[in-house]
Ligand binder design. Sequence first.
Ligand SMILES: O=P(O)(O)OC[C@H]1O[C@H](OP(=O)(O)OP(=O)(O)O)[C@H](O)[C@@H]1O
Ligand SMILES: O=c1cc[nH]c(=O)[nH]1
Ligand SMILES: [Mg+2]
Length: 217
Amino acid sequence: MKIHHLAQNNSVLNTFLSEIRDQKIQKDSMRFRRNIERIGEILAYELSKSLSFHEGFVETPLATKNMHLLSDAIVVCSILRAGLPLHQGLLNYFDKAENAFISAYRHHPNNDEHFDIVVEYVASPNLEGKIMLLADPMLATGQSLVAVFEALRKLGNPKETHIVSVIGAQEGIRFVEKHFPENTHLWIATIDDQLNEKGYIVPGLGDAGDLAFGSKL
Ligand SMILES: O=P(O)(O)OC[C@H]1O[C@H](OP(=O)(O)OP(=O)(O)O)[C@H](O)[C@@H]1O
Ligand SMILES: O=c1cc[nH]c(=O)[nH]1
Ligand SMILES: [Mg+2]
């Protein structure tokens, strides 16, 4: 897997990351969603440099300009719920992309710390030969991404898979690396060192789905 770790270079991305982590600022859910969306836009721009382009022509009012235009058929596939603002950020730049949504949640069968990932809802176009962007802001244990990738297999074989994430834990990245094809790209804003006993990223930011959309029962 090729890992593109964007925060290794200082940019305005750090401002957005500091705001989603900050326990005071993150309480403003509209700002939290918008910051995730803005990070999605930055990730989209960076990953667009790795896609295929073809020569095309644009008629301006004065003349013809030849340019390199994006060739690839893209499907933005997001994991509910927290993936939604990241999805919007990607779609802001890949406005012709097709869209897929898939649910994944942690189920604690024994009411202890052990959990399984339940995938229930899949709404996706055919993925055969397309560029799949798999979006989820939090890559903690990596189990959600692996379960979702497994569930998407029957929808076709993408030409390339690009995982798009905001905060990842080293351990989860290693898990994903073991279960995804070797030519997968990971576009990630920043990487933290630890996971706690509940599978939360430390320092992380808390629960991204709850911060974006409120707590659930
Ligand atoms: O890498 P993992 O250990 O699988 O954890 C990451 C997953 O956890 C969060 O979803 P959550 O289950 O909180 O659902 P939500 O988006 O509905 O809040 C997050 O958005 C990821 O999907
Ligand atoms: O740190 C984490 C782990 C899983 N899901 C989140 O929203 N945050
Ligand atoms: Mg959540």
